[in-house]
Design a protein around this ligand. Structure first.
Ligand SMILES: [Zn+2]
Length: 193
């Protein structure tokens, strides 16, 4: 068994036949309504990460889950999070530490294989800031020069934001990301069985 797959469970209800749909999540950030959406969810007091849609889950591992981001910031943006509602890394035990790492390894391996993304960053934010969902989560995101701006480089003329389209890696609909990665994982599990 490939080491990365030991203990990994695929989505309980993977996506069936794909169908074309408009995916409003792709423009939520660009059009500026993502924050309102997140605010509504917070006010409804229903944690979206405690209520994930299993069809969009890629893998489970010992109480942790890897799923697609409905509101991606970059191509094939995945989320890795504990199933229990935890808000801080100070709540992590040894299992959490290993599970997070294992799913990040698996996720990286899958987006590399399926979408050719070699440069990624693993982004987990702690404490306040402007994050919109309290349930702690780590992003696996395509990284390219210009996706973000570092505070001490703002005046450097070459450091400008670039969109995923501008670097030739446009955002993909959540259905396509979930389906592609679910199939890639299923194939690996089948080979390993
Ligand atoms: Zn939660």
């Amino acid at each position: 068994m490939e080491a990365l797959l030991e203990g990994v469970e695929p989505s309980g209800t993977p996506l069936g036949i794909t169908y074309k749909e408009e995916d409003p999540g792709l423009v939520a950030r660009a059009e500026g309504w993502y924050d309102d959406k997140a605010k509504q969810a917070r006010e409804a007091d229903r944690c979206i990460f405690c209520n994930l849609k299993e069809e969009f889950v890629i893998a489970h591992y010992h109480g942790w889950t890897m799923t697609t981001n409905f509101y991606p910031r970059s191509r094939a943006n995945l989320l890795v999070l504990p199933d229990d509602h935890k808000e801080s890394i100070t709540e992590f035990d040894d299992n959490d530490a290993i599970a997070r790492l294992r799913l990040e390894q698996l996720g990286y391996s899958l987006v590399q294989e399926s979408f050719g993304l070699k440069a990624v960053h693993f982004n987990l934010r702690e404490g306040g800031g402007d994050k919109t969902v309290d349930h702690i989560h780590s992003h696996i995101m395509h990284y390219y020069h210009g996706i973000m701006k570092w505070y001490n480089e703002q005046n450097m003329p070459e450091r400008v934001f670039r969109t995923p389209e501008e670097v030739g890696q446009p955002l993909l609909p959540r259905i396509e990301v979930a389906k592609t990665l679910q199939e890639a994982l299923a194939k690996r599990l089948e080979v390993a069985a």
